[in-house]
Design a protein around this ligand. Structure first.
Ligand SMILES: [Zn+2]
Length: 495
């Protein structure tokens, strides 16, 4: 080959590479700029007057009732629940005059605020009365005692201030103010307050939903606690993001048992129960279910991308190219990984009780949290084919639950919730998301067209540690906005 010919080939290759880069840059830029904002444009609404001091006092009093639910001992907080319910009745007289009150399952509350138009479809506002305990040994780390309901430094302090008495009382504050003004909703609004959400909701929310179902009630939508207004938690996004949980992951614990012949350890066989089980568990950890960008999470990225700046915007607007990069990034961090795959967690391992005896079996529990789209059956099939060992049996736990149906962002109720958030919190962007934890609202899946999990609370990553943790608190200013939010939601949906 002549030198001249070689030069020409190299030059052509270089030109091709440059052309390819230019085309690629063009496609990336095209996708960024055609991927416009999906945020609703809303007119400013006047801020409703709120008696924030009085409301803060009522919430602080509510915190003093230690409504700590227990799965094993359902009666441990009945006295506290009775106290809380008397406080609710005393604090919101106009609402109690306007709505019908029922007690379900012993301690759960269902209020029916009858709508003027019997043909309009009802909605339900959910919150729970119970709280989680303070972790033993952490009491001293609280800046204010956890059950005093102290008001200090602009905050209402204590267990339940945020989860979930803040939501419960702000709903009632909003309804009380409206009832006092003579407001009557056009459609029926249910206020449903379970008393055992933190221990699965089977004695409370489940029975309320069953009671409504037996009356033939079909809800347009349900709103319950859930995702928050996340501040500074999403890389590349300067504005706070109000995320609405469109679905909840499912729950599957599988108990694996390896069977072997028990015997003396002086003459061990090649296959022992512990060895088989260890190998099976290693395979499960090495072959986890695949990462995916789908459903509510894909919609979240699509909605947030145009609100972002710089490289993050380019990446999220061009997932056709950057998806592997995104998945690798998200896989590095527990909470973000959990948004994108059915997780595998080895939680219990039991085998053997004497150092010179081979145990006849070894057992382990593996806990999976299922993405919408996966199912109990598909996870069991995954486990069976991954461990590939007939000597190991697989038993599902009684409390397992499928992922919930996914609510629709195209529904009028989502648009309405979205608009209400933008009206009360004009500085935030609204996006759908996936709820990783469970809420009472899962029990309503059979009677509601859409379920939204959203708490109108601003939180940065430091605040998140307070949730179910130490120094739980709610700002008085933020609490007043929660009341404004529920008031506006009622006006928008039933005004
Ligand atoms: Zn809660």
């Amino acid at each position: 080959m002549t030198t001249r010919r070689l030069t020409r080939i190299i030059r052509n290759i270089a030109l091709l590479v440059i052309a390819a880069i230019a085309v690629l840059a063009g496609v990336l830029a095209f996708n960024v700029f055609t991927h416009g904002s999906r945020q609703l444009q809303v007119a400013a609404v006047p801020r409703a007057a709120v008696d924030s001091e009085g409301a803060a006092t009522r919430l602080s009093e509510a915190i003093r009732f230690r409504t700590i639910s227990s799965f094993e001992n359902p009666d441990q907080d009945t006295e506290a629940l009775r106290g809380l319910q008397a406080h609710i009745a005393k604090s919101f007289p106009a609402f109690h005059a306007a709505a019908r009150r029922e007690v379900i399952g012993g301690y759960s509350l269902l209020y029916t605020w009858e709508g003027a138009d019997p043909k309009a479809r009802p909605i339900a506002l959910l919150a729970h009365q119970d709280v989680v305990p303070v972790a033993p040994g952490t009491e001293k780390e609280w800046q204010q005692p956890p059950y005093d309901g102290a008001i200090a430094g602009g905050f209402i302090w204590g267990r339940g201030s945020w989860d979930d008495k803040g939501n419960l009382y702000s709903m009632l504050e909003a309804a009380e103010a409206l009832a006092k003004e003579g407001f009557r909703p056009k459609r029926t609004i249910y206020f449903a307050f379970g008393h055992d959400e933190e221990v699965a909701g089977t004695r409370g929310a489940k029975l309320i939903a069953a009671a409504l179902a037996s009356r033939g009630v079909r809800l347009d939508f349900v709103i319950d606690e859930g995702l928050l207004i996340a501040e500074g938690q999403i890389q590349g996004l300067a504005k706070p993001a109000a995320l609405i949980g469109m679905a909840e992951k499912g729950y599957a614990t599988l108990v694996l048992t390896a069977h072997a012949t028990p015997g003396h350890s002086s003459m061990p066989p090649r296959n022992t129960a512990i060895g088989m089980m260890s190998a099976a568990l290693t395979r499960l950890e090495d072959h986890r279910l695949p990462m995916q960008v789908s459903g509510a999470v894909a919609e979240m990225f699509d909605t947030l991308a145009p609100e972002m700046a710089g490289f993050n915007r380019v990446v999220l607007s061009n997932l056709w190219l950057f998806k592997p990069l995104l998945l690798r990034q998200f896989e590095k961090n527990g909470p973000s990984e959990a948004m994108m795959r059915t997780t595998t967690a080895l939680t219990i391992f039991n085998a053997g009780d004497k150092d010179n005896v081979l145990p006849g079996n070894a057992s382990a529990s593996v806990n999976f949290r299922l993405m919408p789209g996966d199912s109990q059956a598909s996870v069991i099939e995954h486990v069976r084919s991954t461990i590939h060992d007939d000597r190991i049996s697989i038993e599902p736990f009684a409390g397992n639950a499928e992922p919930t149906p996914v609510s629709s962002t195209a529904s009028p109720s989502y648009q309405l919730l979205n608009r209400t958030i933008r009206e009360i919190f004009p500085d935030v962007v609204v996006a759908p998301g996936l709820m990783l934890a469970g809420t009472d609202s899962r029990h309503y899946a059979g009677i509601a067209d859409n379920i939204f999990r959203f708490s109108p609370v601003r939180a940065n990553s430091d605040d998140l540690k307070r949730f179910h943790g130490t120094n739980e608190r709610l700002s008085i200013e933020g609490y007043a906005d929660m009341i404004r939010f529920y008031r506006r939601l009622i006006e928008n949906t039933a005004g």
